[in-house]
Design a binder for this molecule. Structure first.
Ligand code: ATP
Ligand code: MG
Length: 356
């Protein structure tokens, strides 16, 4: 019996409330479904600062590194606005992403039928929507050097950001996208701007070669990222997996999120490279929303983003596809029965909370 080690970092604001709901699911799985999940828990963000004066302690970092998967709540809040920059709550999240080398950010946009009318698009365009955006998270223009603002001396300044991608970075994110597509509808659409960017040319070339060599069974399309954005709001159901760079992925995943309803619905996963020996990836799962200080402690936060993040953990870290499907089905059932938190309230539904 393999023990599966989960490290829980509930964090601040509504993070702990949302994590409590996942804890109940884990207990149920262990008690009733033969689950072997072992949980340990640490502090991150403002709660770590209050306890230890840092955004995450070395002890908790070590536990995150040793775990099979990390479940992360949310960090931050107005009470920590004045803490030194290096130990601000968000520094804990960035440290985790960097030290675990989580280069692949997965953001599904799933539109549950009961919420189709909450989308920014017409219900028929999004009903049954299930797309996955795979965003490169540790390279590109966010990190490329030089990155400067220079005084040109004539009343003018010059700002430079640099988009840098190496072959290995494109290969590893492309491989993640192709592998995931095989577990879904087997289709990948790659988005870049090869018509104006050299990084787009290399992206296209490396991805296409990898496809030919190892993933020829997966249907592959290419779109320029601007046209891709347009298609995403015109006819989103045409996509299965979208793979793109850090900047385009940031924008396209925010666009996609608005197709599905509330911020309180959106999960995410961040994956690292497979371990040379075990093949196991480092991974962290977190809701897309933040700590929502305005509603923290009131018991009205929507826990679905956190619960759906755990479903992603079951799917991607443990290969428990049936259990992940069942958990997502349970979310859909609850919504169908009209049980809602305030952010997704609709006429005829019953409002519930997260604190009993
Ligand atoms: P961060 O900077 O930490 O990413 P943010 O500025 O993106 O945070 P959030 O705190 O995530 O903002 O949320 C913005 C608002 O959306 C909240 O103030 C809250 O009202 C609402 N909201 C976010 N998440 C939820 C949730 N799970 N349930 C209900 N409402 C939510
Ligand atoms: Mg935010």
């Amino acid at each position: 019996m393999t023990v599966r080690k989960l490290f829980l970092l509930p964090g601040d604001g509504i993070g702990p409330e949302a994590m409590n709901e996942v804890r109940k699911i884990i207990s149920y799985m262990n008690a009733e479904l033969g689950g072997t999940y072992e949980t340990d828990e640490g502090l991150v963000g403002g709660s770590a600062y209050d306890a230890h004066g840092v955004a995450i302690s070395e002890e908790d970092m070590a536990k995150a590194m040793a775990a099979d998967a990390v479940l992360f709540g949310a960090v931050g809040g107005p009470q920590w606005d004045a803490v030194p920059y290096d130990v601000r709550p968000e520094a804990g999240l960035l440290r985790l992403r960097k030290d675990l080398e989580l280069f692949a950010n997965l953001r599904p946009a799933i539109c549950y039928p009961a919420l189709a009318s909450a989308s920014s698009l017409k219900p028929e365009l999004v009903e049954g929507l299930d797309i996955l955006i795979v965003r490169e998270l540790t390279g590109g223009v966010y990190f490329g050097e030089p990155k400067t603002i220079t005084d040109l001396g004539n009343g003018q300044k010059r700002a430079i950001d640099t988009q840098v991608y190496d072959t290995y970075e494109i290969e590893r994110i492309s491989a993640v996208a192709f592998e995931l597509a095989r577990t879904r509808k087997n289709a990948v659409c790659s988005m870049e701007k090869r018509n104006v960017m050299k990084s787009g040319v290399l992206w296209n070339q490396v991805l296409t070669e990898l496809h030919k060599a190892k993933f020829a069974d997966v249907k592959l399309d290419h779109m320029l990222a601007d046209a891709g954005g347009m298609q995403l709001v015109r006819a989103p159901k045409q996509f299965d997996v979208i793979v793109t760079d850090n900047l385009f992925g940031d924008m396209l995943s925010d666009v996609a999120s608005m197709l599905t309803g509330s911020l309180g619905m959106l999960p995410s996963a961040s994956l690292g490279a497979p371990d040379g020996k075990t093949g196991q990836r480092k991974a962290m799962y977190e809701p897309v929303h933040g700590s929502a200080p305005d509603i923290a402690g009131k018991g009205i936060a929507n826990p679905i983003a956190m619960i759906a993040s755990f479903a992603m953990c079951l799917r991607y870290s443990f290969g428990e596809v049936a259990q992940a499907d069942a958990l997502e089905k349970a979310i859909a059932n609850v919504l169908d029965r009209g049980i809602r938190t305030g952010d997704i309230m609709a006429e005829g539904c019953k409002q519930v909370g997260t604190v009993e």
